[in-house]
Design a protein around this ligand. Structure first.
Ligand code: HEM
Length: 219
């Protein structure tokens, strides 16, 4: 335990915690996205899935929720600590800003991260706690999603949030592969392809739902 804490106190330790929790969140997101895509199969399919999550799989859901809340908190804690340490090490800004890929990534992560957190709170209030959004039903997830996304402003907020999420994932995957050692110029092209592929899959999968509702494919 003491060894783990000592390792966490190093910058590499914090970056590894961010990478590991980032990968956990990525797989959770992939699962959530695939779950959401069932909306294209009709109300029975997605409502049945929601029913299963809250009924048959309720105990697994509690474990997954607990693990993911810890992962999100650790990810945020490590990100804040690394950012503060960077600022403390460089109180005066560079006179010439070098737009190297890593510094650009770090700068965008600082605002995409908190904005995604704000989006997440809004999203949970809407679909999990059923406190905001139009025509909320306790039992009909399909109805809740369609009613919400028929409002262009709500769909717009979601689409912008998903674009930010894609940027965050892109830079996250890029930095993570660097932390894990794939930092040689030989691997840079592959790193870009992997980071782009992962973020595009997530963004397109999530954005397809509000877009389909706005276009009237799902009603
Ligand atoms: C178009 C995009 C999305 C749609 C339509 C959507 C839909 C939903 C719905 C309907 C629920 C409630 C499920 C239920 O309680 O039965 C939910 C829960 C949730 N969503 Fe999303 N979601 C989207 C994107 C996202 C994104 C991008 C994130 C993360 C950044 C996210 C994070 C969550 C979380 C943490 C929960 C709570 C899970 C739980 O109850 O354990 N969602 N979402």
């Amino acid at each position: 335990m003491a060894g783990m804490l000592a390792f966490y106190h190093t910058t590499v330790g914090k970056k590894i915690v961010m990478a590991v929790t980032g990968v956990m969140m990525f797989f959770w997101l992939l699962g959530h996205m695939v779950g959401n895509l069932q909306i294209f199969l009709g109300p029975d399919k997605i409502n049945g899935y929601a029913h299963f999550l809250h009924g048959g799989a309720a105990e697994i859901l509690v474990v997954v929720r607990t693990v993911m809340i810890i992962a999100v908190l650790l990810h945020i804690l490590a990100a804040v600590q690394v950012t503060l340490a960077n600022w403390a090490a460089r109180p005066v800004g560079y006179s010439v800003k070098k737009d190297i890929e890593t510094s650009y990534a770090a700068r965008t992560m600082i605002w995409t991260g908190p904005l995604i957190l704000i989006y997440l709170i809004y999203h949970l209030l809407m679909f999990t706690y059923l406190k905001v959004g139009p025509g909320i039903s306790e039992t009909d997830v399909y109805h809740n999603v369609v009613e919400a996304f028929q409002v262009p402003l709500i769909s717009g907020i979601y689409i912008v949030a998903m674009i930010m999420l894609a940027f965050h994932l892109w830079h996250g995957a890029w930095s993570m592969l660097q932390t894990l050692g794939a930092n040689h110029p030989k691997y840079n092209r592959l790193r870009k392809i992997v980071a782009t592929g992962l973020s595009v899959i997530i963004a397109v999968g999530f954005v397809s739902v509000p877009v389909a509702v706005l276009l009237g494919f799902i009603r």
